[in-house]
Design a protein around this ligand. Structure first.
Ligand SMILES: C[S@@+](CC[C@H](N)C(=O)[O-])C[C@H]1O[C@@H](n2cnc3c(N)ncnc32)[C@H](O)[C@@H]1O
Length: 289
């Protein structure tokens, strides 16, 4: 049986280095749509009950480079915003604080609060009684413990005109690999973004649900070079296993790499590529979109 030390999420520093490497090898292009989509989504917010300030909760912000698009869209429309961040990794939060400093003038109407903890710890510590107009969970759903209950708590924490946005991977080669990976003895099963979608339709039949879809491409050629530092970092992220090449039995590594390359990736101009399809699942509590 694998130990929990296999789980990349238990090695926060390495997790963030691996994530950064995947961004550098192509995933960063996803941000091209973020600005426009954040503007469109915030434009649709109708916070009748919003009196003095808009309350936002961001779960798993990392260093804030995704949040920045939402914050910019919010400050354009609202004068006072309370932006609460729940993120367990301190290194990325320090970078988020530097980002805030560099936007001091533009974000002068925003008050930030940081909770250095996981979402379930925040909820168990009394967070469920907090109210928010906007809740953002961009690629952090996979870290939720008891995803169904957590989604329900978050939905109940929304104000009556509020919006919950869950950004997850729902298709493409990477998801295919993660589903396959669940057949091995690992300390944590991957909860797929498809599960987030299923739970959403099941649990919130009265909310109105909007889906925004986007395909991103990552160049993973280096993952197949056992001596490449960046390749091994990316492999850890894609497999969600810390030090994948050495931590897992050699025959499993070989089988997984073969499946990853032959069934999940494709070749273009001598590079090996993988598709990462992400969707924003947006739930509007009062039913309008
Ligand atoms: C893939 S990154 C996404 C970062 C950013 N939101 C984005 O979309 O690029 C996942 C983030 O979730 C954070 N995280 C890990 N466990 C968490 C938990 N239990 N609760 C909330 N966030 C968590 C990680 O530290 C990381 O910053």
């Amino acid at each position: 049986m694998a130990t929990t030390s296999d789980d990349l999420l238990n090695h926060m520093k390495e997790y963030h280095k691996s994530f950064q490497t995947v961004l550098n090898y192509g995933l960063k292009s996803r941000e091209l749509r973020y600005k426009e989509d954040a503007i469109k989504t915030v434009h649709k917010l109708r916070l009748e009950s919003c009196i003095d300030e808009v309350r936002v909760l961001s779960i798993g912000s990392g260093k804030g480079d995704v949040d920045l698009h939402f914050i910019n869209a919010l400050v354009y429309k609202y004068t006072a915003i309370h932006y609460t961040v729940v993120e367990p990794a301190t290194g990325p939060l320090d970078e988020f604080k530097r980002l805030i400093e560099s936007n001091q003038e533009r974000w002068r109407g925003v008050k930030f609060s940081f909770h250095v903890q996981g979402i379930n710890e925040y909820l168990e510590g009394g967070g469920t009684s907090d109210k928010y107009d906007v809740i953002l969970a961009c690629h952090s759903f996979y870290c939720f413990r008891n995803a169904g209950n957590t989604l329900r708590y978050l939905y109940d924490m929304l104000s009556k005109d509020g919006m919950l946005l869950i950004r997850v991977d729902t298709d493409g080669g990477w998801l295919k690999y993660l589903n396959y990976r669940n057949k091995f003895q690992l300390s944590r099963k991957h909860i797929s973004g498809v599960e987030a979608k299923k739970l959403t339709y099941l649990q919130f039949p009265h909310g109105s649900i909007e889906i925004l879809r986007n395909t991103n491409v990552v160049t993973v050629t280096k993952c197949f070079d056992k001596d490449s530092k960046n390749g091994n970092r990316m492999l850890d992220f894609f497999t969600e296993v810390f030090n994948f090449r050495n931590a897992r039995p050699p025959d499993e590594v070989e089988e997984c790499l073969r499946y990853f390359r032959d069934e999940c990736c494709y070749v273009k101009a001598d590079e090996i590529l993988i598709d990462v399809v992400e969707e924003d699942i947006i739930i509007w509590k009062n039913g309008h979109t």
